[in-house]
Design a protein around this ligand. Structure first.
Ligand SMILES: *Cc1c(COP(=O)(O)O)cnc(C)c1O
Length: 384
């Protein structure tokens, strides 16, 4: 099924990594029944979006980055903190280099992508990012299981970086070294969010969701009035905000949907993430036909009440949320992102923070986006 996109959006090159059919959306009947008769809960399964390893939200972003990776003159290959403007690579990339926390899902998705493109993958895993390693009882297990194991299985070169490693600030020396060895290295920023094309995948996802809404036959507004999704590096939320805005602007009668980004880390203040998400939304928006003024700060809704004690720390609240989804819907979430999103969403539902402003007595449709990440669970196996 070809997704109907506005002209200038449909012309942006995309390399399919996801299945041809959209990732499924299904109701969450047990949770809905337990909450409120007028609130209909659904899940979109980005953890079922691609045949590649540990399907998750990064594959969708990477679809728009691959054409640059494979072009004869890749231009967006430099580290984001490299101050000197980099010339295009002299040919298609030969090695993908990326980074993340020890249990990063993003790095696995880059490693699997490298495999199907026939490229090498180097993965930098930072011991100092987040609190998962610190909180782990069995640190050795945390460092070798879950996503670390999958990265190795995929044949990625895994480099575990100590806290304060200068490579975390700027991987340019590593990239230069690879170039000196005859490689053409291509840097993909953590979560792919700072990559100039990183927001396009979720802008497209907004159109996919709108298309799926019609098939479901939702009550109330006929749309998902609220969309709950994790906000980590930010371009998933940013892309969705841009996509829904474009939809509103180009499709008459399509109405608005509220995207709520649930933050999962207390490290940086909410305002920091809001600025980033706004920038990502505007950057993606600018490429698909929106103007800067079309997207404002009031389109960016981030909730920092469910961050818990640290990024990647599987605290009691997060664990309860993971268990609750497993024991009601039989659906397994991940310990770092989606369990916190589910907790946030259920808070909004139970505390009646979800409102139908247009028609207060009507039904409200709520979409939870499952962005994947379950492979990390193994690394948290020692938490009772
Ligand atoms: C990366 C990731 C996110 C966060 O997405 P961002 O675009 O970085 O905000 C959410 N959930 C999972 C499972 C992820 O791996």
């Amino acid at each position: 099924m070809a997704l109907p996109l506005p002209e200038c959006f449909s012309q942006i090159p995309r390399h399919a990594i996801l299945y041809q059919s959209p990732s499924p959306i299904h109701p969450l009947p047990t949770l809905s029944r337990l909450t409120h008769p007028r609130i209909n809960l659904f899940a979109k399964r980005e953890d079922h979006s691609s045949p590649l390893a540990c399907s998750g939200n990064k594959y969708r972003k990477l679809e728009y980055i691959v054409p640059d990776i494979l072009s004869n003159k890749p231009i967006h290959h430099a580290h984001e903190n490299n101050l000197t403007p980099a010339a295009p690579l002299p040919g298609p990339a030969t090695t993908l280099v990326t980074e993340g926390a020890i249990q990063s899902n993003h790095t696995v998705q880059v490693a699997a992508l490298a495999r199907i493109l026939g490229l090498k993958a180097i993965v930098l895993l930072h011991r100092g990012t987040g609190g998962g390693l610190h909180a782990a009882v069995d640190k050795e297990a945390y460092l070798r299981s879950g996503n670390v194991q999958v990265n190795r299985l995929l044949g990625a070169e895994v480099r575990v970086c100590e806290e304060g490693d200068p490579l975390a600030d700027d991987a340019t020396p590593l990239l230069k070294g690879l170039a000196a060895e005859g490689e053409r290295p291509y840097w993909i920023p953590g979560g792919a969010s700072l990559h100039p094309l990183g927001g396009l995948g979720y802008a497209r996802a907004a159109f996919e969701i709108a298309e799926q809404e019609e098939g479901i036959g939702l009550g109330g507004s006929g749309r998902f009035d609220y969309v709950f999704v994790a906000c980590g590096s930010g371009s998933t939320v940013g892309g969705l905000v841009a996509g829904f805005k474009l939809l509103e602007k180009t499709k008459t009668g399509s109405g608005s949907r509220r995207v709520v980004g649930i933050l999962n880390s207390p490290t940086k203040p909410r305002a920091y993430h809001e600025e980033r998400v706004l920038a990502f939304a505007r950057r993606a928006g600018g490429m698909v036909g929106l103007e800067d003024g079309d997207i404002g700060m009031d389109d960016v809704r981030l909730d920092d009440r469910f961050v818990g004690s640290g990024y990647g720390v599987f605290d009691a609240d997060t664990k309860e949320s993971l268990e609750s989804m497993a024991r009601t819907e039989g659906m397994v979430l991940d310990p770092v992102y989606t369990a916190k999103v589910a907790r946030g969403m259920m808070h909004w539902v139970e505390e009646r923070e979800i409102v139908n402003i247009q028609q207060p007595l009507d039904e409200v449709n709520v979409l939870f986006i499952h962005t994947g990440g379950q492979a990390a669970l193994g690394a948290y196996a020692d938490i009772k």
